[in-house]
Design a protein around this ligand. Structure first.
Ligand SMILES: Nc1ncnc2c1ncn2[C@@H]1O[C@H](COP(=O)(O)OP(=O)(O)OP(=O)(O)O)[C@@H](O)[C@H]1O
Length: 261
């Protein structure tokens, strides 16, 4: 087998990274891969396959038992976690907005902790995620799920990180909002030149948004391919089975439309 190529402009590198919780089989089993700066990566796989654990080794919410995770060429363990996390945006399904703080205070929390000027920045970030300025004074419970998730994205981008990690960011949203927000995040990724890694259960979402799709099973990366190669059936049996689901749904809808027409 050809060894993985060393990529000079890797934003993230996993080198033989493993993690087990207690005596359970490893949640992540010797993962080695490079993520090129500027790419949009989708990490897909069945529930429990290790996606979140692998993602969290990047911002040190989880420390591996073995192996090294590097960001921009430096091992993540070389930087104290709170400093590392300032360079890495993180969005997760339950968002974690502080309910007693306004939208503006929630977005600015990282800036405030850094004693940076928040003037104008909150409006800029609201604009970036497509929310009107007057949302700044609202409380989180006065927002829809999709609007809350946009605030979560704004907060994650407040310190202008180069790297954005998203863990099932749209999992709790209705399909229309999910689709809109997915496109909005992809547009932001392109506009800001981010490196984005998104965990999702949804292969259709992965194929539509990502440049590269990684499929996990039992802690290992079992497929690593572009959406084009996945759709062409060139990424192996496990990936094929995941791609078959949205494909069969699309086909059934087409047949239904023809039958009714
Ligand atoms: N904090 C923890 N303590 C113990 N076991 C854990 C912990 N976090 C995850 N696990 C276990 O590790 C394995 C991988 O979990 P992980 O959350 O990484 O998978 P996942 O692919 O992200 O799953 P899902 O799609 O359901 O979120 C699972 O068996 C899970 O039960």
């Amino acid at each position: 087998m050809i060894p993985p190529a060393v990529i000079d402009n890797a934003a993230v590198r996993f080198d033989a990274v493993s993690k087990a919780y207690g005596d359970a089989p490893p949640a992540v089993a010797s993962v080695t891969l490079d993520i090129v700066r500027g790419s949009f990566i989708a990490l897909v796989g069945a529930s429990g396959s290790g996606k979140s654990t692998l993602l969290k080794t990047i911002n040190r919410l989880v420390d591996p038992d073995r192996g090294v995770v590097s960001v921009d060429g430096a091992a993540v363990t070389a930087t104290p976690p709170h400093l590392l996390r300032r360079r890495i945006g993180y969005v997760f399904q339950s968002i974690g907005l502080f309910p007693h703080m306004t939208v503006a205070e929630n977005i600015a929390i990282g800036l405030t902790l850094e004693r940076r000027d928040t003037n104008g920045r909150v409006e800029e970030l609201l604009d970036l995620v497509g929310l009107p300025d007057d949302f700044a004074v609202r409380m989180p419970d006065a927002l829809s799920g999709g609007q809350r998730q946009r605030v979560g994205v704004a907060r994650a981008l407040a310190l202008s990180p180069g790297l954005l990690l998203m863990d099932e960011p749209f999992g709790a949203l209705d399909p229309v909002t999910r689709d809109q927000l997915g496109r909005a995040v992809r547009a932001l990724h392109d506009r800001l030149g981010l490196t984005t890694i998104m965990v999702t259960h949804d292969m259709a979402e992965a194929l539509l948004l990502a440049d590269r799709v990684l499929v996990m099973e039992a802690g290992a990366i079992v497929a690593d391919a572009s959406p084009h190669d996945l759709l062409a059936g060139r990424a192996g049996a496990i990936a094929d089975a995941l791609v078959a689901i949205p494909r069969e749904q699309a086909e059934r809808l087409r047949q239904l439309a023809e039958a009714r027409g």
